[in-house]
Design a protein around this ligand. Structure first.
Ligand SMILES: Nc1ncnc2c1ncn2[C@@H]1O[C@H](COP(=O)(O)OP(=O)(O)OP(=O)(O)O)[C@@H](O)[C@H]1O
Length: 310
């Protein structure tokens, strides 16, 4: 369990983490999402005692990091891949970590096997590819067999096999009853990996919900209608507008209609005698729900694209 209590961090005038309160529960993967600069890394650093809160608290199993007796045995983290001695072999790096943290040396073999690095344990960590570096970082996080794990962007730069491997690892760690807190920019990935989501923007909590709740609360369903004839499309759009129904033309002859269901649009098309080639309900993906939620708190975003007029 990780507990954030009104966690706040200011750098000079700027509040980068702003009164965050939530609990990251064991037995689940919790995705930590937010646009660039939202404060995700700063939050994780405070959980690990690498940054100090201006006010509030970040607790691991009820205690601040500084009060944990055997920190690496209680919380493991991958913050920045390759934050290690480049001349040391992977095995020696882990051995040094084990020795300085009172962790049994046999754990080194276990975690090397768990991340698939047994065969390259004797190679210099500095010669590792990005993917191997990530695996070594994850091995370090697992070394103390901790109940709480935090991963900051663990799939950054990984190939599809590596991404799938990280996903399965996160899921299996959660299935063992551990707390798994993972930040990512890849919404589609979080949709496959996470049970719950904590979303922040400009340091503030925007959402704290299960994936399904998050999509249901933050996105509206739309009806997608395809009409092969321009005149038919205009007739339907005019009638929807007259009925004060919101819609947009996305491409060619496709309309996205909001706030009504397929029955409504189908009946209207029938009344008008227009021909349809498609009529479907579309539920927003996590990506769309996330973009809608964070639209107001993107610090460095590009302006959104122009809509095609109907
Ligand atoms: N040591 C520091 N001094 C001043 N400002 C800082 C410091 N560390 C972080 N910041 C600022 O705090 C804000 C939050 O940064 P943070 O790295 O926590 O965001 P993030 O959500 O992890 O972003 P990203 O997704 O881009 O990694 C940013 O505006 C950043 O410039």
């Amino acid at each position: 369990m990780i507990t954030l209590r009104a966690l706040t961090k200011q750098y000079g005038e700027k509040t980068v983490v702003d009164g965050l309160s939530t609990e990251i529960a064991p037995g689940a993967v919790t995705g930590f999402l937010g646009p660039n600069g939202a404060g995700k890394s700063t939050t994780m650093r405070m959980v690990l005692g690498l940054d100090h809160p201006t006010s509030g608290a970040a607790l691991v199993r009820g205690k601040p990091y500084s009060e944990l007796r055997h920190p690496l045995r209680e919380v493991g983290a991958l913050l920045e891949a390759k934050a290690l001695h480049p001349g040391r072999s992977a095995g020696k790096h882990l051995l040094a970590m084990a020795r300085s943290n009172g962790i049994a040396e046999r754990r080194v073999e276990d975690v090397l096997a768990a991340v698939g690095l047994t065969d390259v344990a004797g190679k210099r960590a500095g010669s590792f590819s990005l993917g191997m570096g990530q695996r070594l970082g994850i091995a370090g996080a697992l070394l103390g067999d901790p109940a709480v794990l935090m991963f900051d962007e663990p799939v950054n730069g990984l190939d599809p096999d590596g991404v799938r491997w990280v996903r399965e690892l996160m899921r299996s760690l959660a299935a063992e009853g551990r707390t798994v807190f993972v930040s990512s920019h890849l919404m589609s990935e979080m949709q496959l990996t996470a049970d719950r989501l904590v979303v922040i923007g400009k340091g503030r909590l925007l959402a704290d919900a299960s994936i399904d709740e998050f999509i249901a609360r933050n996105s509206t369903q739309s009806v997608r209608v395809r009409l092969p004839d321009d005149g038919d499309r205009r007739a339907l759009a005019d009638r929807l507008r007259a009925n004060e129904v919101t819609m947009e033309q996305v491409s060619g002859n496709e309309l996205h209609v909001r706030g009504v269901d397929v029955d409504y649009v189908g009946d209207l098309a029938h009344q008008l005698g227009v021909r349809l080639h498609g009529l479907t309900t579309h539920t927003a993906s996590l990506e769309q729900a996330y973009v809608e939620l964070t639209a107001g708190s993107v610090e460095y975003g590009a302006p959104s694209g122009q809509k095609v007029g109907v």
